[in-house]
Write a protein that binds this ligand. Sequence first.
Ligand SMILES: [Zn+2]
Length: 119
Amino acid sequence: MTDYNWCHGPECHTIETQSRVRGSADNKVLRTIKITMYHPDSPRIWNYFCNQNCLMRYIQKHLQEIVKIAPRSKALETPIKIEKEKYESHRYEYNGNYDNPQRVPYMATRTTIKSVDND
Ligand SMILES: [Zn+2]
C-alpha cells in the first residue's frame, strides 16, 4: 500500500485543471491534488505539494509562523580565505576598425573564495 498526502497548497482546490475535476454529472468539484508518496520515510518537499505554485502560496500564507520556527536574529558568518592570482588574458581593441579587431594580451586578476576548516 502506498501512502499519500493531499497537497498543502491553500488554493490547490481552486485551480482549474482537468486533473482536479472529480464527481458525477451535476455534482462536479475541483479537488485538492492527491500526492502519492513513493518514499514516505524521506522528508521530501514534493510529498506535500503538487507543484511550485502551491508550495509558494503555502509559504506566503504561513510565512510569519514559518520564520518563528527558526528565527534569524543575527547574521551568520562562514570563515573564508580570498585568493587572488594573476593570469594572462586578452581583450580586443578596435581602434575605429570594427572589421579587424586586435587581440591584446593583459594581466587579469582572478579572485577565488576558499573555504576554511574550522578544526
Ligand atoms: Zn497543489
